[in-house]
Every structure is written in C-alpha cells, then in structure tokens.
Design a binder for this molecule. Structure first.
Ligand SMILES: *[C@@H]1O[C@H](CO)[C@@H](O)[C@H](O)[C@H]1NC(C)=O
Ligand SMILES: *[C@@H]1O[C@H](CO)[C@@H](O)[C@H](O)[C@H]1NC(C)=O
Ligand SMILES: *[C@@H]1O[C@H](CO)[C@@H](O)[C@H](O)[C@H]1NC(C)=O
Ligand SMILES: *[C@@H]1O[C@H](CO)[C@@H](O)[C@H](O)[C@H]1NC(C)=O
Ligand SMILES: *[C@@H]1O[C@H](CO)[C@@H](O)[C@H](O)[C@H]1NC(C)=O
Ligand SMILES: *[C@@H]1O[C@H](CO)[C@@H](O)[C@H](O)[C@H]1NC(C)=O
Length: 902
C-alpha cells in the first residue's frame, strides 16, 4: 500500500531496532517500514491511532446532534468520489450553528473510559433477553444503539507546518462526524466503508490537537450485528502538500502469459500547495513476500514521467511496462499466490528530492468468467468452493483483529475453502491483504439494500446522497487486490421486485462500477429475480441465492407458505447463455454443534420445525445437517444441483462461521445457526461433509452422532458418515450394519435403522475397493476433568495478538464427554489477560468477557492476550465443580512470531 511510517506510542520506549523487529513482518500483513519519526527519508508518515483514546457512550442522544442537521457539512467529504463536478457538494460558507461540548478542546474527558482502537462498544454486553427489547435477535441483542464519542490528542509537530494532514478511518459504525480543535471537519455515514478527511485547515502546528469523533447507531438499521464504534484501524497521514492521492494508484495487468505480462499503472498525484509543482515520478516493481514483508527481485520499472501539477489539481500519471516471466498470483491450492509490490516515488525540483513514497501490492493474473467452464484463473478452471462470511469475529465482536481473522481463514482453508464472499459489505482492508497472501478468491460486495428498505433505519435512508461515493470509494480502495474476481453491488435487494424501476437503479450502479473499475465484472446476488425478468439483464454475471437448487420445491417444504421456486440453473443458462452463473448463497442449513434430535428425517433436505430437527423450547437444531431454513436446502441437495449443472462456477455456502444476530429459526437466541463452524470456531459435523467434497484426496471418515446416549438404549439412532470414500461399512460393537456404496448424487453414508447400544461405532471406508479411512466413536464415561489446548505456544506481547484456548470436558480416560454442559471458570495469570469466552451455543446469554462459561456439547473457548509491552509467561487455568482442573502455558514474546497458514 504505502511506506508506512508506523509510530505506535507504546513502542517509542524501545530502540528502533526493536521497533523494526516487532513491526516489520507481522502487523496487519502489510509492509511496515519503520523510519525514525524525526528524520523522514522523503516518505509520508502514517501513524496508527490505536492507543490513548477516551470513549463515552450514551443510549440517549446526549448532544442533540443529528446527521440530517449537519448533512450539508458532511456531504462534501464525498466529493472525490462523485464523477460529475456539478453533483459535488459545496461546503457551506458559514460554520454550523451548534455548540458541541464533547468536541471542545477544553472539555474534560478524564472521566471517560480509555479505549484501544479497533474498538466495539457493544460486544461486552449485556445481552437483551426477551421480547420487548431495544435490540432484538436480528441485531444480536447487544447494546449497539446510541451515540458514542471518541476523543484523542494528536501531535502536530513544527515540521508538519507545510504538510497535508489526513485522518484515515478504515471503518466507523456509524454516521461518523469528526471535529478537530472544536471545528467540524466532515464525516461518513456508511459504517463499512473506509474514508479520509482532510484535517489540514483546522490543525494548529507545534502542539497537541484535539480530535473528536461522534458515532450514532440507530436501532433497526441492520439485519445482523453491526458492532458499534471505531471498530477498524484509524491512521493519521502526514504527507507533502504534493502527494499520491488517497488510494491513488491503480495497477492492471494484461495478457499475462507465462513469458510476459504488461502492467498498466495510473498514479493520481494531488497538489494541495499554493503553487504549481514540477513533479517526476518513478515506480519500480518487485516480487514481494507478504509473509516477511520482504521485497524480492526487481522485475520492472515504469518509465519516469514529469509533469506540472497546478494548485488544487489532481492529475493521473499513466504508464506501462512489461514483466518477463512473471510469477503469477493464483488461487490456492492448485496455484501459488505470488505477490508483487510497486514502489512509487515522487520527486520535485532539480535534485533528487523525494517528497512522497507510496507502495502498492498487487498480483499478476488473469481471470476469465466463462459461461460454460466457470471461473478460469490463469488458464486453469477453478471451481468456487466458497463460504459467505459476516464481519464479526465471534465473541470479540466487530473490532477488527488480525489474529482472529487469520484463525478463521486457517479453519476454513483446512476444510477446503478457496473463496470468500464479503456478505454484505466492504471488509477490513487487512482481511483482503490476508486473502491475497493466502490465495483465496474474493467476491467483494458493498450493499445489502438500495432505495428499498429492509429495516426502517438502514442504508436506504442515505442511498440517494451516498451511493455513488460509497461505491466508488469501495472500488478505489480494493481494486488492486488480486484476489477479487468479482464485484457485487447488492444482496437480495428489494429492487428485484420493482421491474423497470428496480432495474434502473441496478443499471446506474453497474454503470458506475464499470466506469470506476473496467477490468472486472459486476453482479448482485439474486434470491428472487427470475430469468424472464429485466432485473438480471443489468448484470455481467448471474449470481443466485438459493434459486439454483430450488426454494421450497420438494415435498418436505410443501406445507410452507412463501414463494416456491423450481431449480433455476437451466432456465438462467437458457436466458443468459453468455453469462457465468454462480451461487452466491447456498444451503442455509441450520444446526447446533453436537446436538442431535430424533427422529431423523428420511429425506435429504427438510425445513426445521418442532417435529423436524428443531426444538423451539431449547432453541437448538439437530446437527445431522439435513435441516435448513425455510428457504434453504441441506448441503446434499445443493451438491446434487451443482453436480447436475457443471456449467455453474461453484457455490458460496451460507455461512462459513456462525455470526452474531440473525438467529434463524429462533429469534430469541443471540447468534446464527447457519455456520459450518460455530461462533467459537469449533467445527460442526457439517465441516467434514464439505471437507470430504472439497478435499477429495484427504483420507477422512467422520461419524455422527456421538455414541453416549444413556436414555436411547434400544432406540433407533441413525448413524451417518462423511467421507471422500466411495464405500463404507459400519460396525456397532463389532457387528456389521451393512456395507454401503455411494450412489450418484449422494454425498453421505447413512445407516438410518441403527439401534443404540452402548459401546463402539466403527467405520471402515473404501475407495476403488481399497481401504481409505477408518474412524471410531465410543460411549464415554461421566465428566471427570478438563483439558486445555492452546492454538499456539507463543504470542506477541503487543496487546493485540490472541491465543485461543479450547477447553474439553473429559471422562477419566481422557475422552470428550459429548453432552457435557459443566460450568467452567477460566483464570489467566502472568502477563496475560482474558479477552472473552464462548462455547458456540446460540442461546448462551452469558456476556462474552465472562470468565465463567458453561461447556456446550463438551467444549468451551477462552481467548487471551498478552498485555501490551509485557513479554513473559502466561498461564491459563480452567476449573469446575467435581472436575480435575487443567492448565496450559503460553509465552508472550517480543519479536517475530509469524503465524501463517500452512
Ligand atoms: C441556528 O439553528 C436554529 C435551529 O437549529 C435555527 O432556528 C436558527 O435560525 C439558526 N441560526 C442561524 C443564525 O442560522
Ligand atoms: C485551492 O482550493 C482552496 C480551497 O478550496 C482555495 O481556498 C484556494 O483559493 C484554491 N487555490 C487556487 C490557487 O485555486
Ligand atoms: C489514465 O488511465 C486511466 C485509467 O485507465 C484513464 O481513465 C485515463 O483516461 C488515463 N489518462 C491518460 C492521460 O491517459
Ligand atoms: C416469467 O415466467 C413465469 C413462469 O415461468 C411466469 O409465471 C411469469 O409471468 C413470467 N414473468 C414475466 C415478467 O414474463
Ligand atoms: C415439519 O416439517 C416436516 C418436514 O420435515 C413437515 O412434514 C411437517 O408438516 C412440518 N410440521 C409443521 C407443523 O409444519
Ligand atoms: C424440546 O426440549 C425439551 C427440553 O429438553 C423437551 O422437554 C421437549 O420434549 C423437546 N421438544 C421436542 C419437540 O423435541
């Protein structure tokens, strides 16, 4: 991205050598170049504003301010993203007619709490339980609503007098309004977009300046948990008056063959100086290793260009170059995600005085979105094995954390996932860096609604004023990421239902997207639009939610009201023979980890109700993974639909991880049931079904359910096995239950007549007649103790890195007790502290920061971190009544501790 000039206040204590060691390779998977803050080498300074914030939150509006009242002062913040000059907003000539004590330099904020950014004010709870509550199940029952104020001093040094000073916010939830020294600077309402504000006119040089940010989260503004606050990174950028603009480089690659690729570069240079500047730019391209942050071989240089840039002008410097024998970026696991970095330097005057340096990470690759072969990456057809992901990180909430995101990707990748859909909003920029680095494919999406509301206070209220700026800002930020193969401008929007009016909005958005970023195709996810309607005509790619495999189209769903849709892959293919078709949402298969409800349906897919896989009293759903939301399907039904239509590019499963909010089918709960992996990050049984399909060479066999059923002796207890094998034989206490052959379009082995007897289940699977994999599940004893396992032996002592500790309730032979719900108390001693606990139970209303947590289906999770700047030992212990306690030791260390995907 750029030569970061990271100055983390806490680390000023340490020598520069230490700084470089701590920061260079691992922060946010970006290149961090650390220079001495007082002797810049001709770069920009990018200072992370993470510590030293003061924060205060109120459920009422404490200051009487509303977005609408100050709209005229906020809209000009979007001007750089409005193409037509006459549509840009005039800054009002007078100051706003309000006084805001919380923005005032003299306001005493010493009674406010201290906060470290990224910060989510709502995640600590408590949960709202019951019916008549301000925030219900949809938004996760957490206190997201109200107004939050963040204040912090920023130092503007004498050297900064002739600089431009920008505030860069990666994401603020929501309706951000920013003041500096009591003066209103601007704002950005959409909580998921990144934005920049120019602080320069209001800075006072040579002293501390008071920054104040006001956020306002309406209730009924989201269909899921949005989080609240400065929940992504915030940066202060100090740069020469003449500099590379915000997201000011754009690199596209053309006709890459194995022997050569053409690179086209646009550098937008902005001159905020009072005089014209004679600018020369040079850009060198290197191979780049995001794991270490190291540049490799220099592979090309763009021709140097000189131009005069007038005051207040922004001009594009365009150039092209060729890379011979490029190392291509490709999708894991069949290709390697090789990255490059372009380093652009701006010079002025006669000498070689560098005034700005800017880094752009990118990849050289070709995507072809083919209507018959699906997605082709560098000539290789690559099936989309994707999942939809929301932005929250489970019990730590919406506050972005690199390790939490990385852990999710590790777990997904082990399952065989190669693609992520950003449902339904722009992600943290660091997440895209991770996805590039690890070779995932990305469908990058911006909106969940347009003009037509899904909730009374959602984005539709500001769509008319902001859609263009939000869309352009989103694409300009993300366009250099090689992992993004497709833009999505919407999800299941109401405009699908409004014929010509709806398609007109769609065309406007697609037009802007093509104008802004012509190298990629554009879609929106359709759960209603049919092939004979005009809505799909607006898009380059047909992206279906649930419609491909059919909605409520089989007898098990026939009692449901709601639209029944036959499987539509063929009719879409008939109507749009030239367009690639993919499924952007499939399944919505529901389950609670480790919960099995009887009897088990005999069909391959059924909706959840009280006699079909669900229990509305316990609010749990059976993990046989045959049950779905009313509009959904089991994985098995989706697999068959995909295999019968090989032209379909693949699927994104709703969802990879469980997420907070939207707890279909039980809205009295806190979190979703749709995840393949629960909210704590523990795989449900379904994980192994996807793994058996997506990693067919892995020798696995996974048995469900568990086999500890004291009250089921003599009762029919179906046994299912997920395996990539083609035959399997099940034994109950040594007695064969029959050898089954997987038939075409079936994806699991199921013995539905097994009668429960305590003892042992054993399965032997075969592929091509040879033994492939075996598995055993035993009846276990009573809960006797605990076992703790840390996901890593050491973590960085930076106050951010996390260790995830799994607690298992075990019997006296060390076997996990599958129905255990024992209370566990976690204690963290040494230099660490507990961040959160969870167990993946969607109905658990214990607050996330609690040290006490009930096990759910035998497991619980504790998340700990090291205190900032405090290396040393951390010990985590777990105890519970009548259980042998357990402990695990973790080291907090200085320096490099790269945790990378294998
Ligand atoms: C200031 O705002 C109030 C209401 O917000 C309005 O009634 C008043 O006329 C405004 N005064 C000026 C000078 O604009
Ligand atoms: C540049 O823009 C600023 C702010 O809009 C304005 O005050 C200034 O007069 C402009 N300078 C020139 C040379 O156009
Ligand atoms: C530079 O490239 C951009 C993007 O391709 C294009 O919009 C613009 O017209 C080009 N400018 C020049 C001067 O060629
Ligand atoms: C589209 O086709 C369906 C049935 O296939 C039909 O019921 C509907 O009226 C058609 N709609 C339009 C707009 O032609
Ligand atoms: C529950 O779902 C089953 C399908 O699995 C269906 O046959 C039954 O009618 C449903 N019951 C109710 C009360 O809707
Ligand atoms: C749901 O769970 C409760 C509590 O365990 C149990 O009493 C009830 O019978 C269950 N209901 C169904 C429909 O299985």
């Amino acid at each position: 991205m750029l030569a970061y000039w990271v100055l983390n206040n806490a680390f000023q204590l340490f020598s520069l050598g230490f700084l470089a060691l701590i920061w260079s390779p691992n922060v946010a998977a970006r290149v961090i170049e650390v220079h001495h803050p007082r002797s810049p080498t001709g770069g920009r300074q990018v200072i992370r504003l993470d510590t030293d914030w003061r924060f205060w939150h109120s459920f009422e509006n404490p200051d009487g301010i509303t977005y609408n009242q100050l709209k005229a002062y906020i809209l000009p913040s979007s001007n750089d993203f409005i193409a037509n000059p006459s549509d840009r907003h005039q800054q009002p000539s007078s100051e706003p007619n309000i006084t805001v004590q919380y923005a005032d330099n003299n306001f005493d904020d010493s009674s406010w709490e201290t906060a470290r950014v990224p910060h989510d004010w709502a995640i600590k709870g408590p949960f709202y339980v019951g019916d008549d509550v301000p925030v219900g199940g949809g938004m996760g029952r957490l206190p997201v609503q109200g107004v939050g104020w963040y204040r912090r001093k920023i130092n503007i040094e004498p050297d900064d007098a002739d600089k431009q000073i920008y505030l860069d916010i990666d994401g603020a939830m929501s309706y951000a309004i920013v003041w500096l020294n009591g003066k209103l600077v601007g704002g950005w309402p959409y909580g998921y977009n990144s934005f920049r504000l120019d602080l320069t006119p209001h800075t006072v040089v040579g002293q501390d300046n008071q920054l104040a940010v006001r956020l306002d989260n309406p209730t009924e503004s989201s269909r899921w948990y949005p989080g609240g606050g400065l929940y992504r990174n915030v940066w202060l950028t100090k740069v020469d008056k003449t500099h590379v603009g915000q997201w000011g480089t754009y690199i596209t690659t053309e006709a890459s063959s194995s022997s050569s690729a053409t690179l086209n570069l646009v550098v937008s240079v902005e001159n905020k100086a009072k005089t014209a500047r004679d600018i020369r730019i040079s850009t060198d391209v290197f191979e780049f290793d995001p794991e270490t942050g190291r540049r490799g071989r220099k592979v090309a240089s763009f021709p140097r260009i000189s131009r005069i840039v007038s005051p207040n002008q922004s001009i594009d410097f365009n150039s092209s170059t060729t890379v011979l024998n490029p190392r291509l970026w490709g999708a894991w696991p069949s290709q390697n995600p090789n990255m490059h970095i372009a380093i652009t330097t701006l010079y002025t005057g006669d000498g070689d005085k560098a005034i700005d340096t800017y880094e752009t990470r990118f990849g050289i690759r070709t995507f072809t979105l083919d209507s018959n072969k699906g997605l082709i990456v560098n000539g290789l057809p690559t099936r989309i094995q994707g999942v939809d992901q929301h932005h929250d990180l489970g019990s730590i909430g919406a506050a972005f954390n690199l390790r939490a995101a990385q852990r999710q990707l590790e777990i997904l990748r082990e399952m065989g996932v190669n693609a992520i859909r950003m449902s339904h909003n722009p992600p943290a920029p660091e997440l895209l860096d991770l996805l590039d680095q690890h070779g995932f494919l990305v469908m990058d999406e911006i909106f969940d609604c347009w003009e037509i509301q899904k909730n009374p206070n959602d984005f539709h209220l500001i769509f008319p004023d902001w859609y263009e700026a939000d869309l352009r800002a989103f694409m300009r930020r993300d366009r250099n990421h090689p992992s993004i193969y497709l833009w999505s401008v919407g999800n299941e929007v109401g405009e699908q239902h409004t014929d010509e009016a709806g398609v007109a909005v769609a065309r406007r958005l697609v037009g802007i997207a093509h104008d802004e970023e012509p190298t990629r195709l554009v879609t929106s996810a359709m759960n209603f639009a049919k092939p004979n309607m005009t809505f799909p005509t607006a898009f380059d790619v047909i992206s279906l939610n649930y419609q491909g495999e059919g909605i409520r189209d089989t007898p098990a769903y026939s009692q449901l009201s709601g639209i029944a849709t036959p499987p539509l892959y063929d009719s879409f293919k008939g109507a749009y023979p030239e367009k690639m078709i993919e499924s952007s949402e499939t399944a919505s298969s529901l389950s609670s980890r480790g919960i099995y409800i009887f009897p088990v349906t005999s069909v391959i897919s059924a909706p959840v109700n009280d006699t079909s896989g669900g229990n509305s009293t316990t609010m749990q759903v059976s993990a046989y993974n045959l049950y779905s939301a009313d509009f959904g399907s089991s994985p098995d039904k989706v697999f068959a639909a995909q295999d019968q239509h090989p032209f379909v590019a693949g699927e994104f499963v709703w969802t990879g991880f469980d997420y907070i909010g939207e707890p279909t089918p039980y809205y009295s709960a806190r979190s979703s049931y749709s995840g393949i992996i629960d909210l704590a990050g523990f795989p449900k049984d379904r994980y192994y079904l996807y793994q058996s399909r997506w990693r067919p060479d892995l020798r696995t066999a996974h048995i469900l359910p568990h086999w500890t059923w004291p009250d089921r002796i003599g009762k029919v207890t179906p046994v299912h096995v997920f395996s990539s094998a083609d035959e399997a034989e099940l034994f109950v206490n040594g007695k064969s239950q029959g050898r089954l052959v997987k038939t075409q379009y079936s994806y699991r082995f199921r013995w539905d007549e097994v009668v429960y007897a305590p003892g042992e289940l054993h399965v032997v699977t075969y592929k091509d007649g040879k033994i492939w994999a075996k598995a055993t599940v035993e009846t276990v004893g009573d809960a006797a103790g605990l076992r703790l396992t840390a996901d890593r032996p050491s973590i960085r002592a930076d106050g951010e890195d996390l260790v995830y500790i799994t607690a298992e309730v075990i019997d006296n032979k060390g076997r996990v007790v599958p129905q255990a719900t024992n209370y566990i108390t976690f204690d963290v001693s040494g230099v660490g502290e507990l961040v959160a606990t969870d167990n993946g139970d969607p109905t658990d209303f214990t607050v996330f920061p609690s040290k006490h947590r009930k096990a759910f289906s035998g497991l619980a999770l504790a998340i700990a971190r090291a205190k900032m700047g405090k290396p040393g030992p951390i010990t985590v212990t777990a105890s519970g009544a009548n259980l042998q306690p357990a402990k695990v030791a973790v080291k907090a260390i200085w320096g490099v501790n790269l945790v990378l995907l294998k």
